[in-house]
Design a protein around this ligand. Structure first.
Ligand code: AQP
Length: 326
């Protein structure tokens, strides 16, 4: 099967990215043709400082490698390195219904918070459709929040195919069951997000033990003091239990048993320990790679070459179908 997925270099990668995306990428790369992309063109739909963006692109690539994405098995590349993404995006923009774009939850959410809006934010799902369709993708492993964009991609592909003849494969979203939506530590009704201005709201993959402990201590909890999984009545503790369960392998029942009669603070301290221990190998590998930046750059260069071959083939087919090729 062909797999495509990506992450924006728009802030520090956090445990939501690990549980909602990277963890399943590691499994999927074993038996599939997988492409994992650093979607820098998506990232600039929100203002980015050039130097900070450069640093983040490197960091995301390094974290992909440090978390176990293997360049021998997967193609790892930077979106702006393959111009076919921008070219197909333009073509898809000419068939994407404006009303559908305006209805996208992520657009409405980001638009309600942004001081000023750029057209790129509205067109974000069309660029995402181009990313996915260029590679004949069967499945897109994503967190729950992205499922709507994959539906949009299918709709665009169907529209194109209906008008110009069978061209694009229709992709499907592959959403993990647990960890598909990790919530903010400061507001359990909001998704954990790397562009959240409050760094206490997320646990970054590169946070050290003391920072993890500090953030968890500050994490909001629900009324009462029972460690019990109940998403409706106890959204904050349930979110922390999801993280606990994902990194410890323990079931919710086992966690509830272990903390019966105990305080939230004991649960949080153990969670901090589990996280520090689980993230340590990623941090160590990342530190090693950041001392050898040429290795990371070589992976991206190889990825660019491999991805370009596939993308350009698809784009040539599209140009032929729509009448650009003489
Ligand atoms: N909180 C989350 N829980 C589970 N999965 C998540 N993902 C992101 N946040 C969570 C998944 O990670 C992949 C890449 O996301 P992205 O960087 O392209 O953009 P995003 O979803 O918009 O992530 P952020 O952190 O909220 O970024 P900003 O703040 O820059 O917009 C996707 O598969 C996503 O589902």
């Amino acid at each position: 099967m062909k797999i495509f997925s990506g992450i924006q270099p728009s802030g520090a990668l956090h445990i939501g990215h690990y549980l909602g995306a990277i963890q399943q990428w590691k499994e999927l790369q074993k038996n599939n043709d997988a492409l994992f992309c650093i979607v820098d063109m998506h990232a600039i739909t929100a203002p980015q400082e050039p130097e900070e963006l450069r640093k983040r692109i490197f960091e995301v690539a390094g974290l992909f490698l440090a978390s176990g994405i293997d360049p021998q098995k997967s193609i790892i590349f930077q979106q702006s390195d393959v111009p076919a993404h921008a070219e197909l995006h333009w073509i898809l923009n000419t068939i994407a219904p404006l009303g559908e774009l305006e209805r996208m939850t992520q657009f409405k959410d980001k638009a309600s918070k942004a001081k000023s809006l750029c057209a790129g934010l509205l067109n974000y799902p069309t660029l995402q459709a181009a990313d996915i369709l260029l590679y004949g993708t069967d499945e897109v492993p994503v967190g729950e929040d992205q499922a709507q964009h994959i539906e949009f991609t299918r709709m665009i592909a169907e529209k194109f195919n209906a008008r110009f003849g069978e061209t694009f494969k229709l992709p499907k979203a592959k959403v993990v069951k647990e960890g598909a939506r990790i919530m903010s530590l400061q507001d359990p009704l909001k998704k954990m997000s790397k562009s959240d201005p409050d760094p206490d709201s997320y646990l970054a993959l590169l946070d050290d033990g003391a920072t993890i402990m500090k953030k968890l201590k500050k994490a909001v909890t629900d009324s009462g003091k029972e460690v019990r999984y109940d998403k409706e009545k106890k959204p904050a503790i349930s979110n922390l239990m999801t993280i606990y369960q994902a990194f410890s392998g323990k079931s919710y029942k086992e966690i509830e048993e272990a903390y019966k009669g105990k305080q939230y603070s004991e649960f949080k301290s153990m969670l901090a320990e589990i996280l520090t221990h689980s993230l340590m190998p990623i941090k160590e590998k990342y530190t090693m790679l950041s001392e050898r930046p040429s290795e990371v750059k070589a992976v991206l260069l190889e990825g660019k070459e491999k991805a370009s071959i596939i993308a350009e083939k698809t784009l040539a087919k599209v140009y032929q179908k729509i009448g650009f090729t003489l």
